[in-house]
Design a protein around this ligand. Structure first.
Ligand code: SF4
Length: 627
């Protein structure tokens, strides 16, 4: 019996209704660890080149990792990977909550989903059993209601449900997977992929946690976290949630405002984490077994924008995309927009950023009331934001166009192409490359488009020298440079974050810098749970392996350096605040990109080479790419 995992991957063919259990050997688990690396393995193996992301040939994998469900903070994570309807390339998205640990307790490490069901179904996994059940009565309903119905009909209030929402069912490209009605595998349209398969939900419940190799070491790691939490950098994260960084981002000129025209927002304090705590915060929430409790639950009972606490509360990314991106300082409206996204099952980043793009176009006269269906899409218009989110969720009127995302909307309408702030059609999250320059590189080269969780941001190099030294990073660089050392920093921390997304750990709890636990404790965690004599070297290689798998998928699709670009808006000097006049230079990104490819062992087109793939024990991928 393995420690830390069950050794069981469920394969679900929705076309035939056949459910099969695969029991891979220990080498497989040690090589891929779970999460994103394992899911990328199945994507490459099972999805043919050129597959339609919304066709039955796409494969959607939901993977936990070797530490999921163990009794310490940050281990309840799930990764969803499929070909993305947003990027047209690989899609990848993580979420926390209680679902991941419950899937493990139900006796499964992960699920690979193929084909398309002839009618809506949901998957019910419980204590090693798996069955497909009719979901016709769930189709079209809001996420919290679907949870209630499933728990009711299966007579267990503790069932955890991960599902696509009505937006994804209707074909909104950035449909999310929602669990607990408030946690999202938000990015890259994984909910839309699930809906395209006529799979409404995966409900899980179980009582069987895998054995731990060294329970005393696990206990010691958990105790260390409890003992050090109060003095740590994540204590404030617990108090104010991710929204706590709104004020500091603004002060540093790094809060994207009015569709990235500025990095400073006059309404920042009104949408800050402190303001949320002082006004609409009802309580703090957490993920399974996590002491940090960074999740927000907000409630509004009166006024034009009621907010139901069942749908959680807005994160920093949501506050900025729905708030400062849209020039909007109404925290209640933002919380309502967040609720709508969780109800309809949509990525708040793509949704808010796409509306901000449309507002930018409207302000410039590129869009009119006739285009928007009578909605005055001006910066700062709270009513317009909330109305637009709902229209997107329903895929109604102008919402149908915006539900395609900003890049496709610009193409369809033939306006505002240069105002789109996206990479690989994936809207930029709320961290600005202008003030943290390594983001320009990682946004450009990341296989699934702009992502802020793919490496450690620039300030950490200077502020956390001891942890940086664990990765061999000894030469901190200024925030706004993109020199060779910064490229090395970006790549090494990318490998570590990539490993965390594969071992399946929350990047607020484990990481290379400010997080509660540092790199050496990541090694301890894997050792204590699995019993493997793992090393940081081995784990960094897992991260590198995952990155190469994702990149190889794109290469097999014929995609390379030509899509590793930054949007033109980043090249225009920002206006106002601390970052006034600051811009990214196209040449510095191109030079960094070329160097990054060489450091990564890829060719000049950004494709993994056979030598690199062989070095990562991925010779089969090199064969797949015919290298
Ligand atoms: S830090 Fe926050 S997101 Fe991460 S596991 Fe804990 S509660 Fe969940």
């Amino acid at each position: 019996m393995p420690c830390g995992y069950h050794g069981k991957i469920l394969h679900v063919n929705l076309t035939t209704g056949k459910l099969e259990l695969e029991e891979p050997d220990e080498t497989f688990y040690r090589k891929y660890m779970g999460g994103s690396a394992m899911a990328a393995y199945y994507l490459l193996k099972q999805t043919p080149p050129g597959a339609d992301p919304l066709g039955p040939e796409n494969t959607l994998s939901l993977m936990t990792g070797v530490v999921t469900g163990a009794p310490f903070s940050g281990q309840s994570r799930v990764t969803a990977v499929a070909k993305s309807p947003v990027t047209g390339l690989v899609g990848d998205s993580q979420a926390g909550g209680f679902w991941p640990a419950e899937l493990k307790a139900a006796g499964f490490d992960g699920i690979v989903i193929y084909g398309k069901s002839g009618r809506p179904v949901y998957l019910w996994l419980h204590d090693g059993e798996a069955e497909l059940r009719d979901a016709a009565h769930l189709w079209g309903h809001f996420t919290a209601d679907v949870e209630d119905v499933i728990r009711e009909e299966l007579s267990d209030r503790r069932i955890q449900v991960l599902q696509c929402g009505p937006a994804a069912e209707k074909g909104v490209r950035f449909g999310a997977l929602i669990n607990n009605a408030s946690r999202a595998n938000g990015r890259t349209g994984m909910g839309t992929v699930m809906a395209s398969k006529n799979l409404k939900a995966v409900a899980v419940r179980g009582h069987n946690r895998p054995e731990l190799a060294d329970p005393e070491a696990v206990k010691a790691l958990a105790k260390w976290g409890v003992d050090h939490f109060e003095g740590s950098n994540v204590y404030g994260l617990g108090l104010l949630g991710t929204a706590g960084v709104v004020s500091s981002q603004d002060k540093n000129g790094g809060l994207p405002t009015r569709n990235w025209a500025s990095g400073t927002f006059e309404g920042a304090e009104a949408i800050s984490g402190q303001r949320m705590a002082d006004t609409i915060l009802k309580e703090r929430d957490t993920c399974f077994g996590c002491l940090i409790r960074c999740k927000r639950v907000v409630e509004v009972t009166e006024g034009p924008f009621p907010v139901d606490p069942r749908y959680g509360g807005p994160e920093y990314e949501t506050i900025s995309t729905m708030g400062s991106y849209c020039g909007l300082s109404d925290l209640v409206a933002i919380a309502r927009a967040n609720q709508l996204c969780n109800m309809y099952g949509m990525d708040t980043i793509s949704c808010g950023a796409t509306i901000a793009w449309a507002m930018d176009c409207f302000e410039r006269g590129l869009l009119t009331l006739e285009d928007t269906g009578g909605i005055e899409l001006r910066f700062g218009n709270a009513g317009a934001l909330v109305q637009m989110v709902e229209r997107i969720g329903k895929r109604e009127g102008f919402g149908r166009v915006l539900g395609e995302g900003s890049a496709r909307a610009a193409e369809t309408l033939g306006v505002g192409r240069d105002l789109v702030v996206a990479v690989k059609n994936h809207e930029l999250p709320a961290h600005m490359p202008q003030v943290k320059r390594s983001l320009a590189l990682i946004y450009a080269v990341n296989p699934f488009g702009a992502d802020h969780m793919s490496h450690e941001h620039d300030p950490s190099y200077k502020w956390y020298p001891e942890r940086m030294a664990e990765l061999g990073l000894l030469d901190p660089q200024p925030l706004q440079v993109l020199n060779a050392e910064k490229v090395r920093y970006a790549l090494y921390t990318q490998y570590l974050c990539s490993c965390l997304d594969s071992v399946s750990l929350c990047q607020f709890v484990f990481g290379p810098a400010w997080q509660l636990y540092g790199p050496s404790q990541l090694v301890e965690a894997v050792r204590a749970v699995t019993g493997w004599n793992a090393s940081l070297w081995e784990l960094m290689k897992v991260g590198e392996r995952r990155l190469n798998l994702l990149r190889a998928f794109n290469a097999r699709e014929g995609s390379g350096a030509e899509v590793d670009t930054v949007p033109p808006k980043l090249l225009i000097p920002l206006q106002g605040g601390k970052s006034d006049g600051v811009a990214v230079a196209a040449e510095e990104v191109e030079a960094a990109k070329a160097l990054y490819y060489r450091m990564a062992g890829w060719d000049e087109n950004g494709r993994p080479t056979r030598a690199k793939l062989e070095e990562l024990a991925l010779g089969w991928v090199a064969d797949e790419l015919a290298l």
